[in-house]
Design a protein around this ligand. Structure first.
Ligand code: UDP
Length: 313
Protein backbone atom coordinates (compact mmCIF):
# COMPACT_ATOMS: atom_id res chain seq x y z
CA UNK A 1 0.00 0.00 0.00
CA UNK A 2 1.33 3.45 -0.90
CA UNK A 3 0.72 6.21 1.62
CA UNK A 4 0.50 9.87 0.65
CA UNK A 5 0.55 12.82 3.03
CA UNK A 6 -1.14 15.92 1.59
CA UNK A 7 -1.02 19.22 3.44
CA UNK A 8 -3.91 21.40 2.33
CA UNK A 9 -5.84 18.35 1.15
CA UNK A 10 -9.15 19.94 2.17
CA UNK A 11 -8.61 22.79 -0.28
CA UNK A 12 -9.36 23.19 -3.96
CA UNK A 13 -6.44 21.50 -5.74
CA UNK A 14 -5.43 19.45 -2.69
CA UNK A 15 -8.80 17.73 -2.40
CA UNK A 16 -8.84 16.83 -6.09
CA UNK A 17 -5.35 15.34 -5.73
CA UNK A 18 -6.42 13.45 -2.62
CA UNK A 19 -9.56 12.09 -4.27
CA UNK A 20 -7.69 10.90 -7.37
CA UNK A 21 -5.15 9.04 -5.21
CA UNK A 22 -7.89 7.50 -3.06
CA UNK A 23 -9.78 6.38 -6.18
CA UNK A 24 -6.62 4.59 -7.27
CA UNK A 25 -6.71 2.65 -3.98
CA UNK A 26 -3.96 4.47 -2.07
CA UNK A 27 -3.88 5.59 1.55
CA UNK A 28 -4.07 9.36 1.91
CA UNK A 29 -3.58 11.44 5.06
CA UNK A 30 -4.80 15.01 4.75
CA UNK A 31 -3.42 17.65 7.10
CA UNK A 32 -5.45 20.85 7.05
CA UNK A 33 -6.66 23.45 9.55
CA UNK A 34 -9.54 24.48 7.27
CA UNK A 35 -8.51 28.14 7.25
CA UNK A 36 -9.39 28.15 3.56
CA UNK A 37 -10.17 24.43 3.15
CA UNK A 38 -13.77 23.25 3.07
CA UNK A 39 -15.29 20.70 5.51
CA UNK A 40 -17.46 19.52 2.58
CA UNK A 41 -14.28 18.33 0.85
CA UNK A 42 -13.30 16.37 3.96
CA UNK A 43 -16.78 14.85 3.93
CA UNK A 44 -16.35 13.73 0.31
CA UNK A 45 -12.93 12.22 0.98
CA UNK A 46 -14.21 10.42 4.11
CA UNK A 47 -16.24 8.12 1.86
CA UNK A 48 -13.00 6.41 0.82
CA UNK A 49 -11.56 3.68 3.00
CA UNK A 50 -7.93 4.78 2.80
CA UNK A 51 -8.61 8.33 4.00
CA UNK A 52 -7.43 9.93 7.22
CA UNK A 53 -7.84 13.55 8.29
CA UNK A 54 -5.81 15.52 10.81
CA UNK A 55 -7.07 18.97 11.73
CA UNK A 56 -3.70 20.69 12.27
CA UNK A 57 -1.92 23.90 11.36
CA UNK A 58 1.00 22.57 9.30
CA UNK A 59 3.02 25.71 10.02
CA UNK A 60 3.46 24.44 13.61
CA UNK A 61 5.01 21.15 14.76
CA UNK A 62 2.58 18.23 14.51
CA UNK A 63 2.63 14.50 15.17
CA UNK A 64 2.01 12.05 12.35
CA UNK A 65 2.16 8.29 12.85
CA UNK A 66 3.04 5.65 10.31
CA UNK A 67 4.94 5.56 7.04
CA UNK A 68 4.87 8.00 4.14
CA UNK A 69 5.94 7.36 0.56
CA UNK A 70 5.06 10.82 -0.75
CA UNK A 71 4.59 14.15 1.02
CA UNK A 72 2.79 16.82 -1.02
CA UNK A 73 2.91 20.30 0.52
CA UNK A 74 -0.05 21.94 -1.15
CA UNK A 75 -1.35 23.95 1.82
CA UNK A 76 -1.58 27.73 1.39
CA UNK A 77 -4.29 30.31 0.93
CA UNK A 78 -3.86 31.38 -2.70
CA UNK A 79 -6.41 34.05 -3.58
CA UNK A 80 -5.26 37.68 -3.82
CA UNK A 81 -8.07 38.45 -1.33
CA UNK A 82 -6.37 36.09 1.12
CA UNK A 83 -3.12 38.07 0.76
CA UNK A 84 -4.83 40.92 2.62
CA UNK A 85 -6.79 38.72 5.03
CA UNK A 86 -4.22 36.07 6.02
CA UNK A 87 -0.78 37.60 5.39
CA UNK A 88 1.05 36.01 8.32
CA UNK A 89 -0.63 32.62 7.89
CA UNK A 90 0.47 32.58 4.23
CA UNK A 91 4.06 33.44 5.07
CA UNK A 92 4.12 30.85 7.88
CA UNK A 93 2.72 27.96 5.84
CA UNK A 94 5.11 28.56 2.94
CA UNK A 95 8.20 28.99 5.11
CA UNK A 96 8.00 27.01 8.36
CA UNK A 97 5.23 24.83 6.90
CA UNK A 98 7.48 23.89 3.99
CA UNK A 99 10.40 23.18 6.33
CA UNK A 100 8.32 20.93 8.58
CA UNK A 101 6.82 19.01 5.65
CA UNK A 102 10.28 18.58 4.09
CA UNK A 103 11.67 17.32 7.42
CA UNK A 104 8.79 14.84 7.62
CA UNK A 105 9.56 13.57 4.11
CA UNK A 106 13.26 13.26 4.94
CA UNK A 107 12.57 11.38 8.15
CA UNK A 108 10.18 8.89 6.46
CA UNK A 109 12.28 8.50 3.32
CA UNK A 110 9.46 9.97 1.21
CA UNK A 111 9.57 11.96 -2.01
CA UNK A 112 8.59 15.60 -1.42
CA UNK A 113 6.52 17.80 -3.73
CA UNK A 114 6.19 21.55 -3.17
CA UNK A 115 3.29 23.43 -4.71
CA UNK A 116 4.85 26.62 -6.01
CA UNK A 117 3.16 29.15 -8.24
CA UNK A 118 3.31 31.30 -11.35
CA UNK A 119 3.42 34.18 -8.85
CA UNK A 120 7.17 33.55 -8.52
CA UNK A 121 7.34 35.33 -11.92
CA UNK A 122 5.51 38.37 -10.47
CA UNK A 123 4.36 40.87 -13.11
CA UNK A 124 6.48 39.22 -15.79
CA UNK A 125 8.69 41.07 -18.26
CA UNK A 126 9.19 37.87 -20.24
CA UNK A 127 6.31 36.27 -22.10
CA UNK A 128 5.35 33.46 -22.01
CA UNK A 129 7.00 32.48 -18.74
CA UNK A 130 9.53 29.65 -18.89
CA UNK A 131 11.06 28.11 -15.78
CA UNK A 132 14.39 29.82 -16.48
CA UNK A 133 12.85 33.28 -16.03
CA UNK A 134 13.70 34.59 -12.54
CA UNK A 135 10.72 36.86 -12.17
CA UNK A 136 9.75 40.45 -11.48
CA UNK A 137 8.35 40.64 -7.97
CA UNK A 138 7.71 43.65 -5.73
CA UNK A 139 9.12 42.51 -2.38
CA UNK A 140 7.30 45.28 -0.49
CA UNK A 141 3.93 45.17 -2.27
CA UNK A 142 0.63 43.59 -1.15
CA UNK A 143 1.20 40.38 -3.14
CA UNK A 144 4.63 39.83 -1.60
CA UNK A 145 3.27 37.77 1.31
CA UNK A 146 2.42 35.09 -1.23
CA UNK A 147 4.97 35.63 -4.01
CA UNK A 148 7.98 35.99 -1.76
CA UNK A 149 6.98 33.21 0.62
CA UNK A 150 6.56 30.83 -2.32
CA UNK A 151 9.95 31.95 -3.61
CA UNK A 152 11.41 31.34 -0.16
CA UNK A 153 9.67 27.94 -0.16
CA UNK A 154 11.41 27.04 -3.43
CA UNK A 155 14.75 28.18 -2.01
CA UNK A 156 14.18 26.01 1.05
CA UNK A 157 13.31 22.99 -1.09
CA UNK A 158 16.42 23.56 -3.20
CA UNK A 159 18.51 23.66 0.00
CA UNK A 160 16.96 20.39 1.22
CA UNK A 161 17.81 18.83 -2.14
CA UNK A 162 21.32 20.23 -2.29
CA UNK A 163 22.44 19.84 1.31
CA UNK A 164 20.30 17.02 2.72
CA UNK A 165 19.69 14.93 -0.35
CA UNK A 166 15.89 15.16 -0.18
CA UNK A 167 14.11 13.77 -3.25
CA UNK A 168 12.16 16.86 -4.39
CA UNK A 169 9.66 17.96 -7.03
CA UNK A 170 8.54 21.57 -7.52
CA UNK A 171 5.42 22.40 -9.50
CA UNK A 172 4.71 26.00 -10.51
CA UNK A 173 0.94 26.09 -10.66
CA UNK A 174 -0.70 28.61 -12.99
CA UNK A 175 -4.33 29.81 -12.77
CA UNK A 176 -6.57 26.81 -12.19
CA UNK A 177 -10.36 26.62 -11.99
CA UNK A 178 -13.11 24.09 -11.49
CA UNK A 179 -15.37 22.52 -8.87
CA UNK A 180 -14.45 23.11 -5.19
CA UNK A 181 -13.09 26.64 -5.55
CA UNK A 182 -14.45 28.65 -2.64
CA UNK A 183 -17.34 30.70 -4.05
CA UNK A 184 -16.29 33.65 -1.86
CA UNK A 185 -12.54 33.36 -2.35
CA UNK A 186 -12.33 36.57 -4.35
CA UNK A 187 -10.69 35.19 -7.48
CA UNK A 188 -11.99 35.90 -10.94
CA UNK A 189 -13.74 32.63 -11.76
CA UNK A 190 -15.57 32.10 -8.41
CA UNK A 191 -16.44 35.81 -8.18
CA UNK A 192 -17.92 36.03 -11.66
CA UNK A 193 -19.76 32.71 -11.59
CA UNK A 194 -21.27 33.55 -8.16
CA UNK A 195 -22.25 37.01 -9.39
CA UNK A 196 -23.78 35.64 -12.58
CA UNK A 197 -25.78 32.94 -10.79
CA UNK A 198 -27.12 35.58 -8.38
CA UNK A 199 -28.10 37.83 -11.31
CA UNK A 200 -25.66 40.53 -10.17
CA UNK A 201 -23.32 42.60 -12.39
CA UNK A 202 -19.94 41.00 -13.15
CA UNK A 203 -16.98 42.92 -11.71
CA UNK A 204 -13.93 43.51 -13.87
CA UNK A 205 -10.88 45.02 -12.24
CA UNK A 206 -9.16 47.54 -14.53
CA UNK A 207 -10.22 47.55 -18.17
CA UNK A 208 -10.20 43.75 -18.51
CA UNK A 209 -7.37 43.74 -21.05
CA UNK A 210 -5.00 41.92 -18.66
CA UNK A 211 -4.60 38.23 -19.47
CA UNK A 212 -4.49 34.88 -17.69
CA UNK A 213 -4.39 31.27 -18.91
CA UNK A 214 -6.94 29.04 -17.18
CA UNK A 215 -6.30 25.35 -16.58
CA UNK A 216 -9.11 22.95 -15.62
CA UNK A 217 -8.45 21.21 -12.33
CA UNK A 218 -8.41 17.62 -13.68
CA UNK A 219 -5.62 18.62 -16.06
CA UNK A 220 -3.77 20.19 -13.14
CA UNK A 221 -4.03 16.96 -11.13
CA UNK A 222 -2.71 14.97 -14.13
CA UNK A 223 0.22 17.36 -14.48
CA UNK A 224 1.12 17.36 -10.79
CA UNK A 225 1.05 13.56 -10.60
CA UNK A 226 3.06 13.20 -13.82
CA UNK A 227 5.71 15.43 -12.24
CA UNK A 228 5.55 13.58 -8.91
CA UNK A 229 6.31 10.24 -10.56
CA UNK A 230 8.95 11.65 -12.93
CA UNK A 231 12.63 12.08 -12.18
CA UNK A 232 12.54 15.86 -12.78
CA UNK A 233 13.90 17.65 -9.71
CA UNK A 234 13.83 21.13 -11.30
CA UNK A 235 10.72 23.37 -11.13
CA UNK A 236 8.11 22.63 -13.78
CA UNK A 237 5.31 24.92 -14.97
CA UNK A 238 1.89 23.28 -15.05
CA UNK A 239 -0.84 25.38 -16.61
CA UNK A 240 -2.85 26.16 -19.69
CA UNK A 241 -0.81 27.51 -22.63
CA UNK A 242 -3.82 29.38 -24.06
CA UNK A 243 -4.12 32.97 -22.93
CA UNK A 244 -7.32 35.02 -22.78
CA UNK A 245 -8.20 38.48 -21.53
CA UNK A 246 -10.19 38.93 -18.34
CA UNK A 247 -12.93 40.61 -20.38
CA UNK A 248 -13.14 37.54 -22.64
CA UNK A 249 -13.49 35.32 -19.58
CA UNK A 250 -16.21 37.58 -18.16
CA UNK A 251 -18.10 37.46 -21.46
CA UNK A 252 -17.88 33.67 -21.58
CA UNK A 253 -19.28 33.39 -18.05
CA UNK A 254 -21.99 35.94 -18.79
CA UNK A 255 -23.02 34.21 -22.00
CA UNK A 256 -23.11 30.79 -20.30
CA UNK A 257 -25.41 32.03 -17.52
CA UNK A 258 -27.41 35.04 -18.74
CA UNK A 259 -26.39 37.18 -21.71
CA UNK A 260 -28.23 40.22 -20.31
CA UNK A 261 -26.03 40.60 -17.24
CA UNK A 262 -24.17 43.86 -16.84
CA UNK A 263 -20.38 44.08 -16.70
CA UNK A 264 -19.06 46.76 -14.32
CA UNK A 265 -15.51 48.07 -13.94
CA UNK A 266 -13.62 48.44 -10.62
CA UNK A 267 -10.10 49.67 -9.86
CA UNK A 268 -7.22 47.36 -10.76
CA UNK A 269 -5.52 45.92 -7.64
CA UNK A 270 -1.94 47.10 -6.94
CA UNK A 271 0.72 45.02 -8.77
CA UNK A 272 -1.89 42.97 -10.64
CA UNK A 273 0.14 41.10 -13.31
CA UNK A 274 -0.56 42.40 -16.86
CA UNK A 275 -0.05 39.12 -18.67
CA UNK A 276 0.43 35.52 -17.70
CA UNK A 277 0.90 32.39 -19.79
CA UNK A 278 3.07 29.39 -19.03
CA UNK A 279 5.67 28.06 -21.41
CA UNK A 280 4.93 24.36 -20.90
CA UNK A 281 7.74 22.99 -23.08
CA UNK A 282 9.38 21.37 -20.05
CA UNK A 283 6.16 19.64 -18.92
CA UNK A 284 5.41 18.50 -22.46
CA UNK A 285 8.88 17.22 -23.25
CA UNK A 286 9.84 15.75 -19.87
CA UNK A 287 6.46 14.61 -18.54
CA UNK A 288 4.51 14.06 -21.76
CA UNK A 289 1.79 16.25 -20.27
CA UNK A 290 -0.40 18.90 -21.77
CA UNK A 291 -3.91 20.08 -20.84
CA UNK A 292 -6.81 18.25 -22.47
CA UNK A 293 -9.79 20.35 -21.35
CA UNK A 294 -10.43 23.61 -23.24
CA UNK A 295 -12.10 26.44 -21.32
CA UNK A 296 -15.20 25.94 -23.49
CA UNK A 297 -15.56 22.50 -21.87
CA UNK A 298 -14.32 23.18 -18.35
CA UNK A 299 -16.27 26.36 -17.70
CA UNK A 300 -19.74 24.77 -18.02
CA UNK A 301 -18.67 22.05 -15.58
CA UNK A 302 -17.46 24.66 -13.11
CA UNK A 303 -20.68 26.66 -13.48
CA UNK A 304 -22.79 23.53 -12.83
CA UNK A 305 -20.84 22.80 -9.66
CA UNK A 306 -21.25 26.37 -8.37
CA UNK A 307 -24.96 26.24 -9.15
CA UNK A 308 -25.34 23.19 -6.97
CA UNK A 309 -23.05 24.44 -4.19
CA UNK A 310 -24.72 27.85 -3.98
CA UNK A 311 -28.15 26.26 -4.28
CA UNK A 312 -27.45 24.22 -1.14
CA UNK A 313 -26.03 27.17 0.77
N1 UDP B 1 -10.34 40.03 -11.44
C1 UDP B 1 -11.44 40.73 -11.93
N2 UDP B 1 -12.62 40.66 -11.25
C2 UDP B 1 -12.79 39.93 -10.13
C3 UDP B 1 -11.67 39.20 -9.62
C4 UDP B 1 -10.46 39.29 -10.31
O1 UDP B 1 -11.35 41.40 -12.96
O2 UDP B 1 -13.90 39.91 -9.57
C5 UDP B 1 -9.07 40.09 -12.19
C6 UDP B 1 -7.82 40.34 -11.37
O3 UDP B 1 -7.61 41.72 -11.19
C7 UDP B 1 -6.76 39.67 -12.23
C8 UDP B 1 -7.49 38.51 -12.89
O4 UDP B 1 -8.87 38.81 -12.78
O5 UDP B 1 -6.33 40.54 -13.23
C9 UDP B 1 -7.24 37.17 -12.22
O6 UDP B 1 -7.43 37.36 -10.85
P1 UDP B 1 -7.45 36.20 -9.80
O7 UDP B 1 -7.72 36.83 -8.47
O8 UDP B 1 -8.38 35.12 -10.24
O9 UDP B 1 -6.01 35.54 -9.80
P2 UDP B 1 -4.52 36.08 -10.05
O10 UDP B 1 -4.16 35.51 -11.35
O11 UDP B 1 -4.49 37.59 -10.08
O12 UDP B 1 -3.77 35.54 -8.92
Amino acid sequence: MTRYVITGGAGFIGSHLAERLLQEGNDVVVLDNLVTGDPDNVEILSRYEGFEFLDVDVARPYELDGPADYVLHVASPASPDDFGRLPFEIMAVNSEGTRLAAELALERGARFLFASTSEVYGDPEVHPQGEDYWGHVNAFGPRAVYDESKRFGEALVAAFKRHRDLDVRVVRIFNTYGPRMRPSDGRLVPNLISQALAGRPLTIYGDGSQTRSFCYVSDMVDGILALLYSDVAEPVNVGMPEEITILEMAEMIRDAVDGDLEIVYRPLPVDDPRRRRPDITRATELLGWRPQVPVSEGLPKAIEWFREKLGKA
